[in-house]
Design a protein around this ligand. Structure first.
Ligand SMILES: *[C@@H]1O[C@H](CO)[C@@H](O)[C@H](O)[C@H]1NC(C)=O
Ligand SMILES: *[C@@H]1O[C@H](CO)[C@@H](O)[C@H](O)[C@H]1NC(C)=O
Ligand SMILES: *[C@@H]1O[C@H](CO)[C@@H](O)[C@H](O)[C@H]1NC(C)=O
Ligand SMILES: *[C@@H]1O[C@H](CO)[C@@H](O)[C@H](O)[C@H]1NC(C)=O
Ligand SMILES: *[C@@H]1O[C@H](CO)[C@@H](O)[C@H](O)[C@H]1NC(C)=O
Ligand SMILES: *[C@@H]1O[C@H](CO)[C@@H](O)[C@H](O)[C@H]1NC(C)=O
Length: 447
């Protein structure tokens, strides 16, 4: 478990302000061209952000597309030097407005609060073997899972009903449009689920899938519509932007630019974003656009995620017209790595789990609360432009929904692994049909 340095110490306000002022003066001479400086008017920020130099703000560059190929990060990118994070923040449009509260939804029912109901009549919404676009990482039945209970659960909100999934109605909503999922492998799972949900009513010769790459596109001719997936696990530009050849040991991001990805997603009509797990793997290196010599800073994953979401939020608040474009953000997908969290005293993980957790409000360590509150804080400001698909609590209950050992693994498994199945179980992704289908039913509900 990681502990976040972020919120630990609470220095008195007066010396903090003096320090902020000093750093403000120092940085305003250092980075006069690229950096917008301002001391944040909002006193909340003085309390929330303990970094003394939080006075320095960088405005993400949203004009034009990245042209200089040499500057693009890839798996060969290296930092020439690394120093500790100096406190620069990403300034974004919505942040200064301090819009405060969520506007009241027209409907008062919270569809994310509810319970799982066993329902083998209405679910699954499609058969695993009927979907030609199924991934071998998610096809659990094909890879030997014999208990199929995980496919039969329906999400029942406490105070209302979810809109019933209707494939024709969904296609009508998508007619002439581009629906694009942007994010990591969890988001890709949701995209595959959506393609499987949608493809059955399109004749085989009237649909196509482009080869697996940075941007994968499912097309349905008759509706002139596409359902696409863009690999961007950290949202901002990073050295992990190749879906296959990326580095896991040293993550480098450009915290102030989403341009490389935004140029691909900006023309989509409906966007579904996620980002979470890639920020949970230790420190991240920051390469600010203003640094030309590969001089990086290092920051913990939580802080780096806040910067990246700030750059993304800047894009949303300056480029999204809610009348023309729908934007969704899918909250973090929980993992089930420690069975002791739902079964005290046990030593396993999700391996062998066949039923959901029925303890209302169950919350394990797979969903990080500080991350959730950071995300909530940012999304609150984007309230009028982004709809939240809050899948975290409902997915927390589904310890039975992961592939565990029933998927294709890319590395050959060693004998000692094979003799101890929990040691190589995948308790992060989700079997299909399964939990991500419900995330898409929620998307359908709000579309
Ligand atoms: C933003 O990026 C474009 C394209 O790379 C560049 O021409 C422009 O100078 C940049 N603007 C700023 C303020 O850095
Ligand atoms: C649904 O579940 C019930 C109770 O477990 C079982 O009796 C029934 O045969 C199942 N129906 C189908 C179609 O699987
Ligand atoms: C899945 O397959 C079974 C048996 O082949 C069939 O009865 C059922 O209707 C199928 N379900 C869907 C959603 O297509
Ligand atoms: C198909 O949709 C695109 C937008 O995604 C639009 O530009 C184009 O005109 C449409 N074509 C037809 C034939 O409707
Ligand atoms: C690292 O420094 C060398 C020499 O100063 C320079 O040529 C190179 O471009 C730098 N690397 C990066 C990633 O900027
Ligand atoms: C999602 O729901 C949880 C409660 O289940 C809540 O604590 C959290 O703030 C919500 N997240 C967002 C981004 O709204």
């Amino acid at each position: 478990m990681q502990s976040w340095k972020w919120n630990r110490k609470k220095p008195p306000v007066f010396p903090l302000l003096v320090l902020i002022l000093l750093f403000f003066i120092a940085f305003s001479t250092l980075h006069s061209e690229h950096i917008i400086q301002r001391i944040h008017e909002n006193p909340d920020h003085v309390h929330n952000h303990q970094e003394v130099s939080s006075a320095t703000f960088v405005k993400p560059n949203l004009s034009g597309h990245l042209k200089q190929a040499a500057e693009v990060l890839d798996r060969f990118s290296r930092c020439n030097s690394t120093v500790e994070y100096n406190g620069r923040k990403v300034a974004w449009l919505g942040d200064s407005q301090h819009s405060g509260h969520w506007s009241a939804r027209p409907e008062s029912c919270d569809v994310f609060s509810g319970k799982w109901v066993f329902d083998n009549v209405s679910h699954p919404l499609y058969n695993e073997s009927d979907c030609p676009y199924m991934s071998d990482q998610l096809a659990c039945h094909k890879h030997g899972r014999s208990d199929l209970g995980y496919q039969y659960w329906r999400w029942q909100p406490h105070n209302c009903n979810l809109k019933r999934w209707n494939v024709k109605e969904m296609w009508e909503k998508l007619r002439g449009k581009r629906l694009m999922f942007v994010g990591d492998s969890l988001n890709r799972g949701q995209w595959i689920s959506m393609v499987c949900l949608l493809q059955s009513v399109i004749p085989a010769d009237k649909r196509s899938m482009s080869p697996n790459a940075h941007l994968t596109i499912f097309r349905a001719e008759e509706y002139n519509a596409t359902v696409e997936f863009l690999w961007a696990p950290l949202l901002v530009e990073s050295n992990s932007d190749d879906p296959v050849n990326h580095r896991l040991d040293e993550r480098i991001i450009r915290p102030d630019t989403v341009l490389r990805h935004a140029s691909l997603w900006e023309n989509a009509d409906i966007l579904v974003f996620n980002t979470y797990l890639w920020w949970r793997q230790g420190p991240v290196k920051l390469l600010w656009t203003a640094e030309e010599n590969g001089a990086c800073e290092e920051l913990d994953g939580h802080g780096a995620m806040e910067l990246a979401m700030g750059a993304w939020a800047d894009w949303v608040s300056s480029k999204v017209d809610p009348l023309m474009k729908r934007v969704f953000f899918v909250t973090m997908s929980p993992t089930h790595l420690w069975s002791r969290e739902w079964k005290p005293g046990s030593k396993g993980n999700c391996y062998g789990e066949k039923d959901p957790i029925d303890l209302e409000g169950y919350w394990g360590s797979g969903s990080d609360l500080p991350t959730m509150s950071t995300v909530e804080k940012i999304l609150r400001h984007l309230n009028s432009k982004v709809s939240v698909i809050n899948i975290t609590q409902l997915s927390e209950y589904r310890k039975d929904g992961h592939p565990s050992i029933f998927r294709k693994f890319w590395e050959p498994l060693r004998p000692e692994q094979l003799s101890n199945p929990p040691s190589y179980s995948d308790c992060i992704h989700w079997c299909l049909p399964g939990v991500p289908d419900v995330w898409n039913e929620l998307l359908f509900h709000f579309l």
